[in-house]
Design a protein around this ligand. Structure first.
Ligand code: NAD
Length: 489
């Protein structure tokens, strides 16, 4: 039987959420979830099978027409109730997240608040889904454009934001009138299973159809998604994760022409111009780099700094990053947790070692610590050569790379030298420099003089190899709606 094996966790469900019920996997199999700060197994979780996926899709298909016919205001009420219950359970959700994912408890609470805002936003938007009416261009009739829910959705989410990456999908899907099956990352299923308990409570109060939300942790992600996508009744796949897996899913979607949203990897530049406020840029850099240990798709991956201010910026960043306290995320005062897996830590360390071998200067960190857990220290590298893989790959660790340029045009050219295009950051003082940055940095999201840009009311998403589709804002709900045109006399 699935079970929780650590006292660090609150009471948290470990079976699947299938059509409103907690059920074991049909195979009876479970898999282990570890605390990345200690390497200890903290829970055994039900390992969903293809038969479980079929059962979830059957239930979703049955729920779809019922939910699609509910009034917008009813959906508002259900989503608002989920928002209220998540708010009440913030402590449990945050603690669960910290123990299975590693982020400091304060950050985990921040993620619960942020992720929950998608329920509030979607609750407000549910009653405001727009249509359009107009006269036909030849004057021979009228046209009425409405929106209909796309139908059953599969959501596949990563481990780095165990709650928010899923609420960004669940909330708009429900607002639009769609059922959703969530496949959380195998590293972090517990936060989502706890959210399942909250959703089940809200649904029971409103007599919502049981199959509207299912949550299926599995060690067989590839098989499950392929199996579900081979079923024509599934109408949409929304994915947050790495670019290679995104490409696979888009290929798979071709057979049944499922709609897809792809929130993929990034390689965000952080450009600091000669006229920028350097203390402000350093403060922004700390957030853009070290939040969640750098395991963020919009984390600053490359610091590009004008030579005129490079030494001041590097000194400031090293001083600020030296203040970071690393440890178990539940411990008081900890600001940097472990990386998610030993494999990921080895990858990060290899990138750093390789950059140093190529001539980069190590200003801080860079040493593998002794002891248990997947810890990696805050690390700063300067003079990183342009051909170093660390500048081309998503680091996903607490490592800042600094390279320099002369003049904002050169800085922007270097920033745009990537196939990714999720986020870009720019720090500038003069209006003309700021304008140059905002007009020329190529990314789905550009932050000016800010180190943080996630916002439930804004469309989150990328261009190029960072994917397509948006989450948040009115655009985030459009992803779950089809447009219907009615020709009228
Ligand atoms: P990943 O692609 O390995 O896994 C993401 C999810 O996909 C997991 O649930 C995993 O089980 C599942 N998965 C893995 N292989 C699959 C397959 N063949 N078919 C179907 N599902 C499969 O990514 P990760 O390492 O867990 O997450 C980190 C990546 O996610 C980074 O590249 C990061 O940039 C990206 N990310 C993007 C955003 C965004 O909004 N653009 C947000 C967070 C993370």
């Amino acid at each position: 039987m699935p079970e929780v094996t650590t006292t660090l966790l609150p009471t948290v469900p470990t079976d699947l959420w299938l059509a409103g019920n907690q059920v074991p996997a049909s195979s009876g199999e479970t898999f282990a979830v570890e605390d990345p700060a200690t390497g200890e197994v903290i829970a055994q979780v039900a390992d969903a099978t293809l038969a479980d996926a079929d059962a979830a899709l059957d239930a979703a298909v049955a729920a779809a027409p019922v939910w699609a016919k509910t009034s917008p205001r009813h959906r508002t009420n259900v989503l608002t109730r989920i928002f209220d219950l998540v708010t009440e359970r913030t402590g449990d959700l945050a603690r669960t997240m910290t123990v299975e994912m590693g982020k400091p408890l304060g950050e985990a609470r921040g993620e619960v608040a942020y992720g929950n805002e998608y329920f509030r936003w979607a609750a407000e938007e549910a009653a405001r889904i727009p249509g359009r009416f107009g006269e036909a261009s030849q004057g021979n009739g009228h046209m009425l454009m409405t929106r209909t829910p796309v139908g059953p959705v599969l959501a596949i989410t990563p481990w780095n934001f165990p709650l928010a990456m899923a609420t960004r999908k669940i909330a708009p899907a429900l607002a639009a009138g769609c059922p959703i099956i969530v496949k959380p990352a195998a590293e972090t299923p517990l936060t989502m299973l706890l959210l399942g308990e909250i959703i089940a409570q809200a649904f029971a109060e409103f007599e919502v159809p049981a199959g509207l939300v299912s949550i299926l942790p599995t060690t067989g992600a590839a098989e499950m998604s392929e199996h579900l996508m081979a079923d024509r009744r599934l109408r949409k796949v929304t994915f947050t994760g790495s670019t290679p897996v995104g490409r696979t899913l888009v290929r798979q979607s071709a057979d049944n022409l499922q709609r897809t949203s792809m929130e993929l990897g990034g390689n965000a530049p952080f450009v600091v111009t000669a006229d920028a406020d350097i203390p402000a840029a350093v403060a922004g850099a700390m957030v853009a780099k070290l939040r969640n240990g750098g395991q963020v798709c919009v984390a600053a991956n490359r610091f590009l700094v004008d030579n005129a201010v490079a030494a001041e910026f590097a000194d400031g960043l090293v001083a600020a990053a030296s203040e970071v306290r690393q440890g178990h995320g539940l411990d008081e005062g900890v600001t940097l947790g472990p990386l998610i897996t030993a494999k990921q830590r080895a990858r990060v360390h290899d990138l750093v070692t390789d950059a140093v071998a190529r001539g980069a200067r190590l200003l801080l960190g860079g040493e593998l610590p002794e002891g248990p857990g997947n810890f990696y220290p805050a690390t700063v590298l300067a003079d990183v050569p342009a051909d170093a893989p660390i500048l081309a790959e998503e680091i996903f660790g607490p490592v800042a790379t600094i390279t320099t340029f002369d003049g904002v045009e050169a800085g922007v050219a270097a920033a745009n030298d990537t196939d990714f295009g999720l986020a870009a950051y720019g720090y500038a003082g003069a209006v003309t420099t700021a304008q140059y940055l905002t007009e020329n940095l190529q990314a789905g999201m550009v932050a000016l003089n800010r180190g943080q840009l996630s916002e439930p009311a804004a469309p989150f998403g990328g261009i190029g190899q960072s994917g397509f589709g948006r989450e948040g804002g009115t655009e985030g709900i459009e992803e779950y709606l089809d447009v219907r045109y009615l020709a009228l006399p």
